[in-house]
Design a protein around this ligand. Structure first.
Ligand SMILES: [Zn+2]
Length: 92
C-alpha cells in the first residue's frame, strides 16, 4: 500500500496524554488549532492530542474560533462527533 504525504503524517497519531489513536482511525480527531493555543497547551509542539486531552490542558472547551481556516478542519464526514461539535460550535 502506498501512502500519500497526508496519510504518512497521520500514521504518527497517538494522543500524548491518553495514548488513544486520534488520526489514523475513522472517525478521527485530526484537526488544527491556532499556533498560540497549541503551543500554550503543548510547548514541545510535537505530537498530537485528542480533543478531551487538549481541553484538559487548556482548562476549557474548544470553540470554533480556536480552529484555523483549513481544509483539515472541514472534513466533517471523517471526524468524530465530539470534534465536529467543537468546530461548528454546537456544544450541547
Ligand atoms: Zn487524549
Amino acid at each position: 500500500m502506498v501512502y500519500t504525504q497526508d496519510e504518512l503524517q497521520r500514521l504518527d497519531g497517538t494522543c500524548l496524554d491518553c495514548g488513544a489513536e486520534v488520526t489514523f482511525i475513522t472517525p478521527d480527531e485530526y484537526y488544527m488549532v491556532h499556533d498560540s493555543l497549541w503551543l500554550s497547551a503543548n510547548p514541545d509542539d510535537d505530537g498530537k492530542l485528542c480533543v478531551a486531552c487538549l481541553e484538559n490542558r487548556i482548562g476549557r472547551k474548544l470553540n470554533p474560533n480556536d480552529f484555523i481556516d483549513a481544509p483539515i478542519n472541514r472534513r466533517f464526514a471523517a471526524m468524530s462527533e465530539r470534534l465536529k461539535s467543537r468546530i461548528v460550535g454546537d456544544c450541547r
